[in-house]
Design a protein around this ligand. Structure first.
Ligand code: TRP
Length: 329
């Protein structure tokens, strides 16, 4: 069976965009591939989180992914820093990664521009750590968004370079995992494209009913249709896209007809949308709380995940070290 791997950022909460996008696909993949999913806590150190918050943010995102459908019996779900083999492979790969090529990485240049006061070398070699995450399990596929494509390309370069320098074929070149229907784009509530964390236009799985209702009622609209059967402007189309994700087809149809005969009232549409979002997310919110407060369960999940991941990682690392020329005395 082929191996799929994905790292999960350890900061922030899951929003509807994550839930209907990447996460839904992860949940499906669990059945068809040998899956490795992990919380990338080492990567988050580039921004120097406060020690008091560091563990809590990992715990939150882990609880949210579990509540939203990742099944630790079907995949290896683990914490990146629990796998020391990753750090060891990172050292080996750093010797093959050139300063110039790291400096030319788009994500590095962005970060230098946004945070000129914190240009640490962990940031510079962020793609090497990501390559170690992937290569240590000899993963075949990595589901990545556009912003991570270049990192995956660097991973392939490092895999090729390692294999050719040491005359071996330890590392397969991982490919970007393409979903059959393409990723679902979940729009934000501000009419400005995708729902995202940094955009501040999101609804989170952990939002309560009041918060969700307030956010939806404040969503940007226009002054309403002036002609029957006219095309919907983007802000309105966005609300319908969300409605299609969470509501019954008959509800979507109802508001579509109202749009088409110009009798639509956006207040009614938003009320319905908020209620239907709550129907989807509130049960997940309850699960998040239950999991977050179940230390025994979280301990079991992360220990089992760590054991599965370390078994795979240590086998690869042994091959890599042998190729490099390490021998025991
Ligand atoms: N860099 C990824 C992100 O910001 C997270 C990540 C870390 C990752 N290691 C990975 C993703 C390995 C895929 C594979 O989203």
């Amino acid at each position: 069976m082929e191996t799929v791997l994905s790292g999960i950022r350890s900061t922030g909460h899951l929003h509807l965009g994550n839930y209907f996008g990447a996460l839904r696909n992860f949940v499906k993949m669990q059945n068809d591939y040998n899956c490795f999913f992990f919380i990338a806590d080492l990567h988050s150190l580039t921004t120097h989180p406060h020690p008091d918050d560091f563990h809590a943010s990992v715990k939150i995102i882990l609880s949210e992914y579990l509540a939203a459908g990742l099944d630790p019996d079907k995949c290896a779900l683990f914490i990146q820093s629990d796998i020391p083999e990753v750090s060891e492979l990172y050292v080996l790969l750093n010797m093959l990664a050139y300063k110039g090529e790291m400096e030319r990485t788009a994500s590095f240049k962005d970060k230098v521009r946004l945070n000129p006061e914190n240009v640490n070398t962990g940031l510079l070699t962020y793609p090497v750590l990501m390559a170690a995450d992937i290569l240590v399990h000899r993963a075949n596929y990595v589901p990545v968004g556009k912003d991570q494509e270049q990192h995956l390309e660097i991973t392939r370069v490092l895999a090729r370079r390692f294999n050719s320098m040491y005359g071996c074929d330890v590392f397969p070149e991982p490919q970007s995992f393409k979903f059959g229907s393409g990723p679902i784009k979940v729009p934000g509530l501000d009419g400005n494209g995708k729902m995202g964390k940094s955009e501040g236009n999101g609804i989170y799985l952990y939002d309560d009913e009041q918060t969700i209702t307030k956010k939806v009622m404040r969503a940007v609209t226009d002054s309403g249709p002036t002609e029957p059967n006219s095309e919907k402007p983007v802000v309105i189309e966005n609300l319908f896209t969300l409605l299609k994700l969470v509501s019954e087809p008959s509800t979507v149809e109802y508001f579509n007809e109202k749009w088409n005969d110009c009798s639509i009232r956006y207040g009614d549409l938003k009320k319905q949308l908020a209620a239907d979002i709550c129907k989807v997310t509130l049960p997940i919110r309850e699960k998040i709380d239950a999991i977050y407060n179940d230390d025994a369960y979280l301990h079991r999940v992360t220990s089992e995940g760590r054991d599965k991941a370390r078994a795979s990682a240590s086998a690869t690392l042994a091959l890599a070290k042998k190729a490099v020329g390490f021998r025991t005395f």
